[in-house]
Design a protein around this ligand. Structure first.
Ligand code: ZN
Ligand code: FE
Length: 271
């Protein structure tokens, strides 16, 4: 479940009906409200990167447990995050290939180092089982039809990170940390105006937002068809994007990493 926070953040909560894992709690209050309303204990906090809108609520959540406002699913409550970033309160510092074992939540979470938005950013991939499809908690690396800004990582890193997401199973539910879909789709349509999947997704996303509903989770399959940044990593999609990138740059952009770098810079000023 995406719990809305601030103006456009989502704090993802995954639970087994009794205990909840909370991903990137930028603020505590909406999470405390959600857990109380649904009778859930705080089982674990997992963090993708150090930005305030992803970590700002850690202390408040632990305080709410200490004050008895919410129950603890474990003592102490595990707080997992990237080893390569400086985040106060982590109990587990994670690197590529590590796993987070939350037996009550099913399959272990697999840690992927996905630098780009920040240089130490990690994502959590949980393979599916009989009841649930695979899930990806990707923080600010991948958004529906977009990707994070490069604050500290390089285009090469973002390219490799998105490439590793593209290889995940197509039915993977992608839990992004912001509702940026409509503005991302506007940019994506500028690049690939004839992409029928984009046009369909744009209509569907607009209808969801008109009803005040989240456009997320998206899926890896959907992103492979519509996300210009992820599509830079796919040999079949990059020639079409190269034309748009070259037009914008005023010179030939043909290497996939150059295309991604050009599109990322363009998006920063696109209105
Ligand atoms: Zn961020
Ligand atoms: Fe963020």
């Amino acid at each position: 479940m995406p719990v809305p926070a601030f103006s456009d953040n989502y704090i993802w909560v995954a639970d087994d009906g009794a205990k909840a894992m909370v991903v990137d709690p930028g603020e505590a209050a909406p999470v405390v409200g959600y857990l109380s309303a649904n009778g859930l204990a705080l089982g674990a906090i997992v963090i993708t990167h150090y930005h305030g809108d992803h970590v700002g609520g850690i202390a408040g959540l632990l305080e709410a447990v200490a004050q008895g406002k919410i129950r603890a699913g474990a003592r102490p409550v595990p707080v997992c995050g990237p080893a390569a970033e400086n985040i106060a309160g982590l109990t587990q510092r994670l690197r590529q290939g590590d796993t987070v074992e939350l037996t009550w939540l099913g399959e272990p979470l697999h840690v992927m180092e996905v630098p780009g938005h920040t240089s130490g950013h990690i994502a959590y991939y949980q393979p599916g089982d009989a009841q649930t499809p695979p899930r990806l908690f990707c923080g600010d690396t991948l958004f529906a039809a977009g990707c994070g800004r490069l604050f500290g990582g390089t285009p090469e890193q973002m390219f490799r990170s998105l490439g590793s997401f593209a290889e995940l199973p197509k039915q993977t539910q992608v839990c992004c940390a912001h509702e940026y879909t409509l503005s991302n789709l506007r940019f994506a349509l500028e690049l690939e105006p004839g992409n029928a999947d984009l046009l369909n997704w744009n209509r569907a996303a607009q209808a969801l937002r008109d009803k005040g509903m989240p456009t997320l989770p998206t899926t890896i399959g959907q992103e492979r068809l519509t996300n210009p940044f992820l599509r830079c990593t796919l040999p079949e999609a990059s020639p079409g994007l190269a034309a748009s990138a070259s037009r914008h740059a005023g010179r030939a952009r043909s290497r996939p990493v150059e295309i991604l770098a050009t599109l990322r810079e363009w998006k920063n000023t696109f209105r």
